[in-house]
Design a protein around this ligand. Structure first.
Ligand SMILES: Cc1cc2nc3c(=O)[nH]c(=O)nc-3n(C[C@H](O)[C@H](O)[C@H](O)COP(=O)(O)O)c2cc1C
Length: 412
């Protein structure tokens, strides 16, 4: 496959070398298109040696071969890593003042962007709007993730690991006819964003209000979706279990951070809200650790309701399949389903996975029993280890997407 690797001018440009190497070793024909700024971070000889192809950022080099459009026209896949705020803005507005811009405009290949920048830049409304515009037009956004940034600071904005970007990009163009190494190809070429784990709402720097979710179900879903060929982003809130290889992990702590990460990665073909999010956050989070002297004998915490993430996603992103989870303590099966149907209607999601939880039921890596509901009622049931239940849920999702595609539903 012919892959164009675009590199823009951020510190993470050196990590593009790892992605190029991985793609070349996997047998792909890699053509690197750096921006002028990228070449101030990583040298052309490195890029030429690793890609085994000539590298230029010049629109006016090799004019006889019409390079400014030829690279894009012949590409099967374009991956830009890192994608700077500047390059994202230019792509969102169709600018073509360098070779990367002309190459992307001249191409019909799937476009994958791996943004990298400081948290303040990433959170700017302008950057978020540009990312959303590109995603709505079909680009796949992988990351960014939370972690160490260029300086001593850390936060959301670090580029997803190069291997995860490559895995997500290759999953997008996976040949549905190729024998899948693992699992089926039911979601080949699809982007899936899954939230997992349990959010924490800080009280002070050392205490929080949390829940018992381990993230095992969401992680199992991410693994099953990856095995079904999807490009998977996992938004993990305080996971107790390791994230699977080959998915882009975005780590968050609070409900507000989780909401922001889900919004940033929507729209995708499938959004799954499997995380247990706090319905309330604490008012007036203290900067210092609260002492007993300060709190007294019977302290009171004032809580404020958090926005409903699932309902928000379902409302704003009609082109996605939106799947919610409901963990209920209702002992009676009929009452459980009744509550689930009411919740599905209230939230406006396409599917709701209902499971029973209790002091000894539902959390951690134990077996689980779920019912999958749509507006017509229960459409599937699964019982067993979370990995096998996750595979069944992903099958239901893949079937639903295939059906919607056939009927044209969900293409609004
Ligand atoms: C040391 C250094 C690190 C930078 N890192 C980033 C970065 O991680 N993300 C980003 O969006 N811009 C970063 N910039 C700013 C970009 O280099 C600048 O916006 C440039 O115009 C990007 O051009 P390009 O998008 O054409 O590559 C950095 C600049 C410097 C000097």
């Amino acid at each position: 496959m012919r892959v164009v690797v675009g590199i823009s001018g951020g510190i993470a440009a050196y990590k593009a070398a790892l992605a190029i190497r991985e793609l070349v070793l996997a047998g792909h024909d890699v053509h690197v298109v750096p921006t002028a700024s990228a070449l101030r971070f990583i040298g052309r000889p490195t890029l030429e040696a690793l890609s085994r192809n000539p590298v230029t950022d010049e629109v006016f080099d090799d004019v006889a071969s019409v390079r400014h459009v030829a690279l894009g026209q012949r590409a099967d896949l374009i991956v830009v890593l890192p994608a700077t705020a500047n390059t994202i803005a230019k792509l969102a507005h169709g600018l073509a003042d360098d070779l990367l811009g002309t190459t992307i405009l001249a191409s019909r290949a799937p476009l994958v962007l791996a943004p990298a920048m400081h948290t303040e830049m990433w959170e700017q409304a302008a950057v978020q709007a540009n990312v959303r515009l590109l995603a709505e037009r079909g680009a796949t956004i992988v990351g960014p993730v939370a972690g160490q940034l260029t300086g001593a600071d850390s936060g959301l904005g670090r580029m997803a690991e190069p291997a995860d970007v490559v895995a997500a990009a290759l999953a997008l163009v996976a040949d549905p006819a190729a024998p899948g190494a693992a699992g089926t190809d039911a979601l080949a070429g699809r982007s899936v964003v899954i939230s997992a784990g349990g959010t924490r709402e800080p009280i002070d720097p050392v205490r929080f209000l949390g829940n018992r979710s381990s993230g095992a179900m969401g992680v199992a879903l991410a693994e099953a979706a990856r095995d079904a060929g999807a490009a998977v982003t996992l938004v993990g809130a305080n996971l107790h279990v390791p994230a699977p290889d080959g998915v882009a992990l975005v780590e968050v702590e609070t409900t507000a951070q989780l909401a922001e990460a889900m919004e940033a990665h929507a729209p995708a073909d499938v959004l799954v809200m499997a995380a247990a999010v706090a319905d309330y956050r604490v008012d007036g989070v203290s900067d210092g650790k609260r002492s007993k002297e300060e709190w007294g004998e019977a302290p009171t915490l004032t809580l404020t309701q958090n926005p409903d993430i699932l309902a928000g996603l379902a409302q704003r992103a009609r082109q996605n399949l939106v799947v919610g989870f409901a963990a209920e303590t209702e002992a009676d099966d009929t009452a459980l389903i009744h509550r689930g149907r009411a919740k599905l209607a209230r939230k406006g999601a396409d599917l709701l996975v209902v499971n029973r939880v209790g002091h000894d039921e539902g959390f951690g890596s134990v077996a689980t029993r779920v019912s999958v509901l749509d507006a017509s009622g229960v459409i599937a049931e699964a019982h067993g280890a979370k990995a096998s239940v996750a595979r069944e849920i992903i099958e239901v999702i893949a079937t639903r997407i295939a059906r919607d595609q056939r009927t044209g539903e969900g293409e609004a």
